[in-house]
Design a binder for this molecule. Structure first.
Ligand code: TYC
Length: 113
């Protein structure tokens, strides 16, 4: 059975007519883009310095820090963490400043996930 809805326009709609409210299916908020922070190997920066830096700026335990340092040393680079743009940028700056102040050539970069 069809119920007719009378409207001001005079174009009366029944529930069977293909009319309806548009529904926005997009999420209200977008997920932020994420960035990998990468540490690069070199032949001069002391291993203990890299471990210290990973503990200090990335909150890693000494065994986690040692493991990542060793991966960088053996493979050439490693992802230290994944962060929003501002956090990744801050980490890179902190690492580069710290290395520079101690005159080590350590390189740290960020890259889109
Ligand atoms: N390759 C360095 C050494 O033998 C150690 C090192 C590890 C340097 C990680 C940088 O990101 C780095 N002393």
């Amino acid at each position: 059975m069809s119920v007719t809805k009378f409207t001001m326009s005079g174009k009366n709609e029944s529930p069977d007519d293909d009319v309806g409210v548009l529904t926005d299916t997009r999420p209200a908020t977008k997920r932020p883009r994420l960035y990998k922070v990468l540490l690069l190997n070199d032949d001069f920066t002391p291993m203990e310095f890299v471990v210290l830096l990973l503990e200090r700026f990335f909150g890693l335990s000494s065994s986690q820090a040692f493991e990542i340092m060793l991966t960088v040393h053996q493979k050439g680079l490693a992802v230290v963490g994944v962060f929003s743009f501002e956090i990744a940028e801050t980490k890179v700056t902190q690492v580069m400043d710290f290395a520079q102040r101690h005159q080590h050539p350590l390189q740290c970069k960020m890259e889109k996930e």
